[in-house]
Design a binder for this molecule. Structure first.
Ligand SMILES: Cc1cc2nc3c(=O)[nH]c(=O)nc-3n(C[C@H](O)[C@H](O)[C@H](O)COP(=O)(O)OP(=O)(O)OC[C@H]3O[C@@H](n4cnc5c(N)ncnc54)[C@H](O)[C@@H]3O)c2cc1C
Ligand code: FES
Length: 266
């Protein structure tokens, strides 16, 4: 991991309060794995002081670029959204443990994203396709409404089966992405259990984990936690995991953000 001052190639709106930031980053693009994140200095001169963690949405080694897809939530992301091509973004990474890729293409692959949590799943689907050679079987994407559904065209270019759910029914089914997941399992005729990858808000991940654990499915989840240092020094990001018969705290930024759903204490 290193700190990079990266030229901004483009910064576009990609949905309601959502921005797509493409950075020239030849070295970082080659070093990133899906599920890892970068820690971004959003303002200037360390104001705000803390960096903000953002997942890698895509890393294009040939083009020498990384892409971040982020929602404007508060001051940090608003400052980042104000940056323009020609300016620089100060980025520290890649950080954390990413998703474990499948070894072979024997099992259906399910990717479940909630809101902006869908962002790292695009890089994951591309990397599985490019390195393992298998296509994601089904994408299940959930959002509050049609406007906040991110990257569905990008996902559509990667796989034929995309299932959408919105809280208000303005796109796809009315309901939660977890309901799509339960329906998929109820109607699936495949004898091979799917590999499940999920990223989104904690309540969604908890519901996904409960379903996956009930069916004894391998399931990796990317957790969110408030982060300060991003490198395992400050303990601001701890999450509880199982440890033999007991429990322990681990650092989301260092041992995560991706965990086995069976290990997490929900
Ligand atoms: C490993 C990791 C990867 C992430 N990847 C992405 C991504 O790809 N795209 C994206 O849009 N966001 C991502 N986030 C969330 C992002 O870091 C926060 O939205 C951001 O830090 C908010 O900063 P801010 O200054 O704009 O808001 P603040 O003013 O700091 O906070 C505004 C609101 O956002 C909430 N918030 C702050 N930090 C976090 C956090 N770490 N997680 C959840 N909510 C938070 C606060 O509770 C508050 O309600 C990721 C978080 C983690 C931990
Ligand atoms: S953010 Fe400091 S230990 Fe995780």
């Amino acid at each position: 991991m290193s700190i990079y001052n990266l030229p901004i190639i483009s910064q576009e709106e990609a949905g309601r309060r959502t921005h797509k930031l493409v950075l020239r980053a030849p070295e970082l693009a080659g070093a990133c794995a899906p599920g890892q994140f970068v820690h971004v200095l959003c303002g200037t001169y360390h104001d705000p002081l803390l960096r903000r963690p953002i997942s890698v949405h895509n890393a294009d080694v040939k083009e020498g670029t990384i892409t971040l897809l982020y929602e404007v939530k508060g001051r940090g992301t608003a400052l980042l959204a104000a940056k323009r091509p020609g300016e620089y973004a100060n980025v520290f990474g890649p950080l954390g443990q990413g998703f474990k890729l499948p070894n072979t293409c024997g099992s259906p692959i399910l990717l479940l994203g909630g809101g902006i949590g869908s962002a790292p799943l695009y890089f994951l689907a591309r990397r599985i396709s490019e390195t393992v050679g298998c296509q994601t079987s089904t994408f299940m994407l959930g959002a509050q409404n049609c406007d906040s559904m991110v990257c569905r065209e990008e996902f559509a270019a990667l796989g034929p089966d995309i299932r959408l759910a919105t809280d208000d029914g303005s796109l796809g089914c009315r309901g939660f992405v977890t309901e799509l997941f339960a329906e998929y399992l109820a109607s699936s005729e495949s004898s091979t259990p799917p590999l499940v990858y999920a990223c989104g808000p904690t309540p969604m991940l908890k519901a996904v984990a409960l379903i996956a654990n009930k069916h004894n499915l391998p399931c990796q989840v990317s957790l969110e936690a408030k982060m300060a240092c991003g490198v395992g020094a400050c303990m601001s990001c701890v999450v509880r995991v199982k440890d033999g018969g007991g429990e322990k705290y681990v650092r989301c930024c260092k041992e995560g953000p991706v965990f086995d759903a069976k290990e997490v204490v929900w």
